[in-house]
Design a protein around this ligand. Structure first.
Ligand code: GLT
Ligand code: MN
Ligand code: MN
Length: 411
C-alpha cells in the first residue's frame, strides 16, 4: 500500500469506522446514564515519560462533541475549567455561569463534580496534611465544589484521595491522618446540607474513589473495601450521605476481581457511582477505554449490576490513547467506548434471559438432593451437577462472540 497522505487519513478512518458497523444513534446513546468527564476529553496524552500528543481542548468543544455523540452528562474537577487562583472569586462565578449556559445550549446536564486534591503543590502532603491551614483550605475547597455542584444541578460529588498517603514511611501518623480526612468529608457534607436547604435541592451523593497506588507510594485508603471500613468507622457525621465511586481498573490494579469488589459495595448499599474503563491486573493506571481488554469480565460485571438494579452513572473515566488525534478523541474514541458499553449492557440483558444459563443456575440452586448429615452423600449427589459451572462459563463466551445467535466458523 502506498503512504496515505495526511489529508486522506480522516476519511480513511471514517470509512473503516463505518465499515465496522454496529454504531448507535445519539438518541439511543442518551438513554443510558453515561457521563463524560471534562478531563478525559481534554487529556493531552502526557505522563511522567510522555510529552503531550494532542492540543488543549476547551469545555465548550468538549460539551459540543458530547452532545453530538449522545453523551448526555458532563462531569468535572473544580479546576478543570476554573484556574486554582480564581477559586472562590468573582471570576469563578463568571466561569460557572458560562459553564451553565454552555450546558444548557447543548442540552447537557452536569451530573458530578469533584475537587482536585492531588495536582497542585498545596497538596504535597495531601489534603489531610499536618499543617492546619492546608486542612482549612481543603475544607473550603470541598465546600466550594459542593456549591458549584448545586449551582450546576449535579447530584454526585466524587473524592479521589490519591495523595492521602506517603512516599516515606514513618513520617505520617496514619490514624490521625484518617481522622483529619474524615474532618474534610464532614465539612463537605455539612456544606452540602446547608446549601441544599438554602436552594431547596436534595443533598448530593458523596462518593469515595479508591486507587491502590499512585501518586503516593503508599495510600491510606487503597481499595473500595478500605473505604467501606472508613465509611462505617464512626468518624463520619453523615455516613448515610457517603458511598463509593469504584473504578473498574483501580480494583484490577490491586489484583481484585472487580465484580466481587462491586458486589461488596452493593451488599453495603454503597455503590453510588461507577468509573468505567479497562486495563491490566497489577499494573499502573493506564485507563484504557471500556471493554478493550477484558470484555468477558465486563459482561459479567454488567450482569451483576443489572441484576441488582444499579441505576447510577457510568462515568467514562478513561484516557484516549496517545496515538489518537484531537479529531479522533471524539470521532473514534468516545463513540466506540460508548457503543461498546451499550453493547455489553444489552448483552448482559441477554445473559439474564438466556434459558440455558437460567436452567443451569436454577438446577445448581436446587442442588443434587444429598443428605445434609452425610458428607459423602452430599458430594456424590452434586458431582455431575457441578459440571454446570464450566458450562455456564462456556455459554457466557458464546454470548460474547455471538455463537448463541448462530454465528459459526466452518473448519
Ligand atoms: C484522576 C484519577 C481518576 C479520578 C479522577 C477524579 S482524578 O484522573 O486517576 O481515576 O476518577 O478525581
Ligand atoms: Mn476514576
Ligand atoms: Mn484510573
Amino acid at each position: 500500500m502506498a503512504p496515505i497522505p495526511v489529508n486522506q487519513q480522516q476519511s480513511l478512518v471514517e470509512r473503516l469506522l463505518a465499515a465496522c458497523g454496529g454504531a448507535y444513534t445519539p438518541e439511543q446513546r442518551r438513554k443510558y446514564f453515561i457521563t463524560g468527564p471534562q478531563w478525559a476529553a481534554a487529556y493531552e496524552g502526557h505522563a511522567v515519560f510522555h510529552a503531550p500528543t494532542r492540543k488543549p481542548v476547551s469545555f465548550e468543544t468538549v460539551m459540543e462533541h458530547y452532545a453530538e455523540i449522545g453523551i448526555g452528562h458532563w462531569t468535572t474537577h473544580d479546576t478543570d475549567v476554573i484556574p486554582t487562583d480564581a477559586i472562590g472569586t468573582a471570576k469563578q462565578d463568571e466561569i460557572v455561569g458560562a459553564i451553565g449556559a454552555c450546558l444548557k445550549k447543548n442540552g447537557l446536564q452536569c451530573s458530578m463534580v469533584t475537587t482536585e486534591t492531588f495536582h497542585h503543590p498545596v497538596w504535597a502532603a495531601s489534603a489531610a496534611a499536618e499543617a492546619p491551614e492546608v486542612r482549612a483550605y481543603a475544607a473550603s475547597r470541598l465546600a466550594n465544589t459542593v456549591n458549584i455542584g448545586h449551582e450546576l444541578g449535579a447530584s454526585y460529588v466524587v473524592y479521589w484521595p490519591g495523595s492521602l498517603g506517603y512516599q516515606i514511611q514513618g513520617a505520617v501518623e496514619e490514624v490521625q491522618t484518617l481522622g483529619w480526612f474524615a474532618d474534610g468529608m464532614n465539612a463537605a457534607c455539612e456544606a452540602d446540607i446547608a446549601t441544599a436547604k438554602k436552594m431547596g435541592r436534595p443533598t448530593m451523593k458523596h462518593c469515595l474513589e479508591a486507587k491502590p497506588f499512585e501518586p503516593q507510594a503508599e495510600i491510606l485508603l487503597p481499595t473500595s473495601d478500605a473505604m467501606l471500613a472508613f465509611i462505617f468507622s464512626g468518624l463520619l457525621k453523615h455516613p448515610d450521605m457517603v458511598g463509593l465511586n469504584p473504578e473498574y481498573l483501580h480494583e484490577l490494579m490491586w489484583g481484585a476481581a472487580p465484580r466481587a469488589a462491586l458486589a461488596r459495595a452493593l451488599m453495603c448499599k454503597k455503590l453510588f457511582h461507577f468509573d468505567i474503563n479497562d486495563g491490566y491486573r497489577l499494573k499502573h493506571d493506564v485507563d484504557i477505554a471500556v471493554g478493550l481488554i477484558n470484555p468477558l469480565d465486563w459482561l459479567n460485571v454488567l450482569v451483576l449490576l443489572r441484576s441488582h438494579g444499579y441505576n447510577g452513572p457510568f462515568n467514562l473515566d478513561y484516557k484516549p490513547p496517545r496515538t489518537t488525534s484531537n479529531w479522533g478523541v471524539f470521532a473514534v474514541s468516545f463513540t466506540t467506548a460508548v457503543d461498546r458499553f451499550i453493547t455489553l449492557w444489552e448483552m448482559a440483558g441477554e445473559v439474564m434471559e438466556d434459558t440455558i444459563i437460567r436452567e443451569a443456575s436454577d438446577a445448581l440452586r436446587a442442588g443434587g438432593g444429598g443428605d445434609p448429615k452425610d458428607v459423602k452423600s452430599i458430594v456424590e449427589a452434586n458431582k455431575e451437577l457441578l459440571n454446570l459451572h464450566e458450562l455456564i462459563g462456556h455459554r457466557l463466551f458464546q454470548i460474547l462472540v455471538g455463537a448463541h445467535k448462530g454465528r459459526v466458523y466452518s473448519v
